[in-house]
Design a protein around this ligand. Structure first.
Ligand SMILES: [Zn+2]
Length: 403
């Protein structure tokens, strides 16, 4: 801990109050219904401070009293729950063949789930115009419900730097694009923050908050789209790396003589275990969904060629997952996107490769499972990222202006 002999400066009081408001809000999120006394007892804040912080959160309509009381020795305690009815968090995923949008309230309850087919347009400008139109409709719907949008986070399949600039999204044909800035212009400065992040990173945040393994402190999410990327959560935190480019497991080379990859190299995991490998060609974006459904149908009918392809894809995927297991020792690796419907045929080969290749016994405790969040994971993760910002103290209501 850093201590100062000069004592806190005025700005620090605002920081301390913001931090404490976030502590109380997170406590209510995790323990509601709870009383002011519960908060004081668990956080170590004194009762008068807790009362003042709770009053502030009630003013901001982030927390409300339930009317329920808990009988205790002495006075009955009024119970608190998250409110957030006037708010919405929005997440959007842009992918090669679709755009997904999800809105949640402050408690993470879904308000809206949309999926629209999308071809990316021929340029960043067209792409932004198309996505901007969808976001405007989502924001309009939230306005109709009299909800204030807390923020928007946009998932893009590719390299997104820590400032949110899309450096390279090869499957969309985007390079060095300030999508956040362009969307803010397209939305005419909407008055809420817009963040941009890699799709796997946001999907990992969705799993951490909402998935079947929510709360796992070491998890990896693998996108199963045209590209394969990893979102890595270690010790409870998303790990972006120095510039934001971690997780490019799709370009780990499995076979120097393997098929050519989008990136120009040969035998990358993505080329051997991505959707193009399942379909044995690079599919037209509009046809991916239909062709994956056809693969599932053939696998169910025990078509020998389809089963052999899925086993081979599962083996390549298993080699990639074993790199993650040896390197990071995650509790769980979650397969997302088009891997979800294919998982029954991929997982046996993945498990075998994992047993063969991971040095620690029982694969170091690493489970491999299909996502239960499906194609919405990255968009839902966008909403999760907005909620994470609120939980870390960036509360609505201009707290930074409080002296
Ligand atoms: Zn590659």
């Amino acid at each position: 801990m850093i201590t100062s002999t000069t004592g806190p400066q005025p700005a620090d009081f605002a920081d301390v109050r913001a931090t404490n408001l976030a502590v109380v809000l997170r406590f209510v999120r995790e323990h509601a219904p709870c009383s002011r006394a519960d908060i004081a007892a668990s956080t170590g804040l004194n009762k008068a401070t807790v009362s003042s912080l709770v009053a502030d959160l009630i003013d901001r309509r982030l927390v409300r009293e339930t009317g329920l009381t808990e009988n205790r020795v002495g006075r009955p305690a009024t119970m608190l729950v998250l409110d957030g009815s006037p708010y919405a968090a929005i997440g959007v995923e842009i992918n090669v063949d679709y755009v997904s949008a999800v809105a949640t309230d402050l408690a993470g309850q879904r308000l809206l789930t949309w999926r629209r087919s999308f071809s990316g347009g021929d340029s960043v400008n067209q792409g932004v115009a198309g996505v901007g139109a969808i976001i405007r409709r989502v924001v309009g719907r939230m306005a109709k419900e009299e909800r204030q949008v807390l923020g928007l986070a946009v998932a893009v399949p590719g390299l997104v730097d820590v400032q949110g600039t899309v450096r390279l999204a090869p499957n969309l044909g985007w390079r060095d694009a300030d999508i956040g800035g362009d969307l803010a212009k397209a939305l005419r400065d909407p008055g809420f923050p817009i963040q941009v992040d890699n799709d796997a990173n946001l999907a990992a945040l969705a799993e951490q908050r909402f998935g079947a393994h929510a709360g796992a402190s070491d998890l990896v999410y693998l996108t199963g789209e045209v590209g394969v990327g990893a979102g890595i959560i270690l010790d409870g935190r998303l790990r972006r790396g120095g510039l934001g480019y971690s997780g490019e497991i799709g370009h780990v080379q499995l076979d120097p003589d393997g098929p050519e990859c989008h990136c120009g190299r040969r035998g990358c995991l993505e080329a051997m275990a991505g959707i193009a490998a399942v379909l044995r060609k690079i599919p037209a974006p509009a046809e991916i969904q239909v062709e994956i459904e056809e693969s599932v149908r053939l696998a169910r009918a025990r078509d020998a060629g389809t089963l052999a392809t899925l086993e081979s894809v599962g083996r390549s995927l298993g080699r990639g997952v074993s790199v993650l297991a040896n390197l990071l020792n995650p509790e769980v690796v979650i397969l997302g996107g088009y891997y979800v419907p294919l998982a029954p045929w991929l997982l046996p080969a993945v498990q075998e490769e994992l047993s063969d290749r991971v040095v620690a016994s029982a694969a170091g405790g690493c489970q491999v499972v299909a996502s239960t969040l499906g194609h919405d994971a990255a968009a839902l993760g966008g909403a999760a990222r907005v909620l994470d910002s609120i939980d870390s103290g960036r509360l609505p209501g201009g707290l930074s202006r409080i002296p």
